[in-house]
Design a binder for this molecule. Structure first.
Ligand SMILES: [Fe+2]
Length: 175
Protein backbone atom coordinates (compact mmCIF):
# COMPACT_ATOMS: atom_id res chain seq x y z
CA UNK A 1 0.00 0.00 0.00
CA UNK A 2 1.49 3.38 -0.98
CA UNK A 3 2.32 5.81 1.78
CA UNK A 4 0.04 8.79 2.05
CA UNK A 5 1.67 12.11 1.35
CA UNK A 6 0.49 15.57 2.31
CA UNK A 7 -1.50 16.15 -0.86
CA UNK A 8 -2.83 12.60 -1.24
CA UNK A 9 -5.80 11.17 0.56
CA UNK A 10 -7.25 7.69 0.28
CA UNK A 11 -10.65 9.20 -0.50
CA UNK A 12 -9.51 11.71 -3.08
CA UNK A 13 -10.81 10.61 -6.48
CA UNK A 14 -8.38 10.23 -9.33
CA UNK A 15 -7.92 13.75 -10.69
CA UNK A 16 -7.03 13.18 -14.33
CA UNK A 17 -9.19 12.41 -17.34
CA UNK A 18 -9.34 8.79 -18.47
CA UNK A 19 -7.45 7.99 -21.67
CA UNK A 20 -9.29 9.61 -24.54
CA UNK A 21 -9.50 6.31 -26.42
CA UNK A 22 -10.91 4.35 -23.49
CA UNK A 23 -14.38 2.97 -23.99
CA UNK A 24 -17.32 3.66 -21.72
CA UNK A 25 -18.14 1.35 -18.86
CA UNK A 26 -21.33 -0.72 -18.90
CA UNK A 27 -23.56 -0.46 -15.87
CA UNK A 28 -26.66 -2.65 -15.77
CA UNK A 29 -28.80 -2.10 -12.67
CA UNK A 30 -30.67 -5.39 -12.95
CA UNK A 31 -28.57 -8.03 -14.64
CA UNK A 32 -31.53 -10.39 -14.30
CA UNK A 33 -33.98 -8.25 -16.26
CA UNK A 34 -37.44 -7.30 -15.10
CA UNK A 35 -38.54 -7.00 -18.74
CA UNK A 36 -38.88 -10.49 -20.24
CA UNK A 37 -38.20 -9.08 -23.71
CA UNK A 38 -34.54 -8.56 -22.80
CA UNK A 39 -34.01 -12.34 -22.80
CA UNK A 40 -33.04 -13.47 -26.29
CA UNK A 41 -34.43 -16.92 -27.16
CA UNK A 42 -31.83 -19.24 -28.62
CA UNK A 43 -33.49 -22.66 -28.54
CA UNK A 44 -36.56 -24.20 -26.94
CA UNK A 45 -36.46 -23.28 -23.22
CA UNK A 46 -33.03 -21.67 -23.66
CA UNK A 47 -32.45 -17.89 -23.64
CA UNK A 48 -29.57 -15.52 -23.00
CA UNK A 49 -29.37 -12.02 -21.64
CA UNK A 50 -26.41 -10.02 -23.03
CA UNK A 51 -24.26 -8.09 -20.56
CA UNK A 52 -21.12 -7.30 -22.55
CA UNK A 53 -20.68 -8.19 -26.20
CA UNK A 54 -17.02 -7.50 -26.69
CA UNK A 55 -16.40 -7.38 -30.42
CA UNK A 56 -12.95 -5.82 -30.03
CA UNK A 57 -11.65 -8.76 -27.95
CA UNK A 58 -13.93 -11.48 -29.28
CA UNK A 59 -15.80 -12.60 -26.19
CA UNK A 60 -19.22 -12.24 -24.66
CA UNK A 61 -20.53 -12.06 -21.14
CA UNK A 62 -24.09 -13.17 -20.69
CA UNK A 63 -26.65 -14.78 -18.46
CA UNK A 64 -27.84 -18.11 -19.77
CA UNK A 65 -31.28 -19.24 -18.72
CA UNK A 66 -32.39 -22.82 -19.26
CA UNK A 67 -35.77 -24.03 -18.18
CA UNK A 68 -36.98 -27.56 -17.65
CA UNK A 69 -36.17 -29.92 -20.49
CA UNK A 70 -34.10 -27.24 -22.24
CA UNK A 71 -30.76 -28.37 -23.68
CA UNK A 72 -27.80 -26.27 -24.76
CA UNK A 73 -26.63 -28.32 -27.71
CA UNK A 74 -23.31 -30.14 -27.77
CA UNK A 75 -20.48 -27.75 -28.53
CA UNK A 76 -16.72 -27.36 -28.38
CA UNK A 77 -14.79 -24.48 -26.82
CA UNK A 78 -11.36 -23.74 -28.32
CA UNK A 79 -10.97 -21.11 -25.61
CA UNK A 80 -11.72 -20.86 -21.90
CA UNK A 81 -15.13 -20.26 -20.37
CA UNK A 82 -15.91 -18.93 -16.89
CA UNK A 83 -19.29 -19.52 -15.27
CA UNK A 84 -21.03 -18.46 -12.05
CA UNK A 85 -24.29 -20.17 -11.17
CA UNK A 86 -26.82 -17.61 -9.98
CA UNK A 87 -29.88 -19.84 -9.76
CA UNK A 88 -30.74 -23.53 -9.99
CA UNK A 89 -28.30 -26.20 -11.09
CA UNK A 90 -27.20 -28.00 -14.23
CA UNK A 91 -24.70 -30.49 -15.50
CA UNK A 92 -22.95 -31.58 -18.63
CA UNK A 93 -23.63 -34.97 -20.19
CA UNK A 94 -19.85 -35.32 -20.48
CA UNK A 95 -19.00 -34.78 -16.78
CA UNK A 96 -20.26 -36.27 -13.54
CA UNK A 97 -20.11 -33.07 -11.48
CA UNK A 98 -23.09 -30.76 -10.99
CA UNK A 99 -22.86 -26.95 -11.12
CA UNK A 100 -25.00 -25.68 -8.26
CA UNK A 101 -26.34 -22.31 -7.19
CA UNK A 102 -23.49 -20.12 -5.96
CA UNK A 103 -20.87 -22.26 -7.71
CA UNK A 104 -18.11 -21.26 -10.12
CA UNK A 105 -16.81 -23.27 -13.04
CA UNK A 106 -13.76 -22.90 -15.26
CA UNK A 107 -14.05 -24.74 -18.53
CA UNK A 108 -10.72 -25.37 -20.12
CA UNK A 109 -9.99 -24.93 -23.82
CA UNK A 110 -10.72 -28.21 -25.61
CA UNK A 111 -13.98 -28.90 -23.75
CA UNK A 112 -16.88 -30.35 -25.69
CA UNK A 113 -20.09 -30.56 -23.71
CA UNK A 114 -23.89 -30.59 -23.66
CA UNK A 115 -25.66 -28.63 -20.94
CA UNK A 116 -28.82 -30.06 -19.38
CA UNK A 117 -30.97 -29.16 -16.39
CA UNK A 118 -32.20 -31.92 -14.05
CA UNK A 119 -35.94 -32.68 -14.01
CA UNK A 120 -36.42 -31.24 -10.53
CA UNK A 121 -35.11 -27.79 -11.53
CA UNK A 122 -37.62 -25.36 -13.00
CA UNK A 123 -35.01 -22.84 -14.13
CA UNK A 124 -31.30 -22.22 -13.99
CA UNK A 125 -29.52 -18.93 -14.60
CA UNK A 126 -25.75 -18.83 -15.00
CA UNK A 127 -23.44 -15.98 -15.91
CA UNK A 128 -20.95 -17.16 -18.54
CA UNK A 129 -17.98 -15.47 -20.07
CA UNK A 130 -17.40 -17.19 -23.39
CA UNK A 131 -14.26 -16.48 -25.36
CA UNK A 132 -13.83 -16.74 -29.10
CA UNK A 133 -16.24 -19.24 -30.55
CA UNK A 134 -18.57 -22.08 -29.67
CA UNK A 135 -18.51 -24.81 -32.28
CA UNK A 136 -21.66 -26.90 -32.41
CA UNK A 137 -20.65 -30.46 -33.19
CA UNK A 138 -22.12 -33.90 -33.72
CA UNK A 139 -21.22 -36.68 -31.21
CA UNK A 140 -18.00 -37.34 -33.16
CA UNK A 141 -16.84 -33.74 -33.23
CA UNK A 142 -17.87 -32.82 -36.75
CA UNK A 143 -18.75 -29.12 -36.81
CA UNK A 144 -22.40 -28.34 -37.49
CA UNK A 145 -22.39 -24.63 -36.81
CA UNK A 146 -20.90 -21.94 -34.59
CA UNK A 147 -21.58 -18.92 -32.46
CA UNK A 148 -19.30 -15.99 -31.79
CA UNK A 149 -19.76 -12.45 -30.50
CA UNK A 150 -20.99 -11.37 -33.92
CA UNK A 151 -23.71 -14.02 -34.20
CA UNK A 152 -24.78 -13.13 -30.65
CA UNK A 153 -25.05 -9.45 -31.60
CA UNK A 154 -27.09 -10.36 -34.69
CA UNK A 155 -29.44 -12.57 -32.65
CA UNK A 156 -29.97 -9.70 -30.21
CA UNK A 157 -30.65 -7.19 -32.98
CA UNK A 158 -33.22 -9.43 -34.66
CA UNK A 159 -34.96 -10.27 -31.39
CA UNK A 160 -35.04 -6.72 -30.01
CA UNK A 161 -36.43 -5.45 -33.29
CA UNK A 162 -39.13 -8.13 -33.22
CA UNK A 163 -40.22 -7.44 -29.62
CA UNK A 164 -40.35 -3.67 -30.03
CA UNK A 165 -37.22 -2.63 -28.12
CA UNK A 166 -35.58 -1.73 -31.43
CA UNK A 167 -32.53 -3.32 -33.07
CA UNK A 168 -30.25 -0.68 -31.54
CA UNK A 169 -31.18 -1.75 -28.00
CA UNK A 170 -28.21 -4.10 -28.22
CA UNK A 171 -25.76 -1.25 -28.82
CA UNK A 172 -25.47 -0.48 -25.08
CA UNK A 173 -23.88 -3.92 -24.51
CA UNK A 174 -21.34 -3.72 -27.34
CA UNK A 175 -17.71 -2.71 -26.77
FE1 LIG B 1 -20.13 -24.40 -23.22
Amino acid sequence: MPLETEDTDARTPYQLPFPKDAQDEIVIPSAIPTDERVWVPQAENVAFRPLCLNRSQGYWMNLLRVRKSGVLSRHRHPQAVHGYVIKGKWHYLEHDWVAEEGGYVFEAPGETHTLVVPDDVEEMITMFQVNGVMLYVDPWGKTQGYEDVFTKIEMCRAHYEKVGLGADYVDQFIR
